[in-house]
Design a protein around this ligand. Sequence first.
Ligand code: NAP
Length: 257
Amino acid sequence: MSVIKDRFSLEGRVAIVSGASKGIGKAIARGLAEQGASVIISSRKQEAVDEVAAEFKKEGLEATGIACHVGDEAQLKNLVDRTIDVYGGIDILVNNAATNPVFGPLDQMTGEVFDKVMNVNVKACMLLGNLCKPSMAARGHGSVINIASVEGVKPSPMMSIYSVSKAALIMLTQSQAREWGSENIRANAICPGLIQTKFSAALWQNEQVLNHFVDQLPVGRMAQPEEMVGLALYLASDAASYSTGGVFAADGGYLVG
Ligand SMILES: NC(=O)c1ccc[n+]([C@@H]2O[C@H](COP(=O)([O-])OP(=O)(O)OC[C@H]3O[C@@H](n4cnc5c(N)ncnc54)[C@H](OP(=O)(O)O)[C@@H]3O)[C@@H](O)[C@H]2O)c1
């Protein structure tokens, strides 16, 4: 009989993944569902989330698409209410949706850009966490996984406001862990390095820029979204019952490079 393997199981658990129509969010959502969770696929367009949910269902996984722009508080509330209607509660929240609308030097950033980035990358994660917390507390456990970035630890040029937002997200994670631990709700941050998705296309589509990044990496390559999943599955599961307030890099060694 397995003692440890069962602690990785997510059978009977319910997860919300924001920004799950593609990229890292979709890969994590698939992993959670493969481990037995019922998963809410969420992003801005209903058609896109329905498509992913249908794809998962065809593979025998349990998923439902609920559209939500995370920058809209009413839509966040609707996401949580509908999740509870459909699956009865929430055990796992993956705050994955984010924006980085402008690459450029800090002294050219406007207040408008700052507000937009902080609204989506930080405020939405706080609000969604707060909305999920009562259900997690009622179920006696919860796992919040905030997808931050190595940028939140070590800023790159031209990505300043994004880096500020991810540093704030790391501190939000630690505050959630500090305040919610007594209710058995854990919160951890994952800091991906360079992952090949639409979001990071500006960094890998240009060979010169890509080589500049990859040359700094101990592993000498960027990652695929699936390479972020193992860490998320660990943090979502009871195997991580003593892990909270953690900041986990999945970065090919970028932060030590
Ligand atoms: N890729 C990297 O190299 C990298 C590195 C470090 C950290 N990260 C972080 O990883 C996370 C996922 O990024 P990714 O690379 O997987 O990006 P991606 O492939 O572009 O996917 C982003 C997802 O977020 C959704 N989304 C965007 N804005 C949204 C909003 N306002 N409300 C709700 N959903 C929204 C998108 O769907 P719709 O457009 O249909 O809404 C999509 O499902 C982000 O937090 C990012 O900061 C990425």
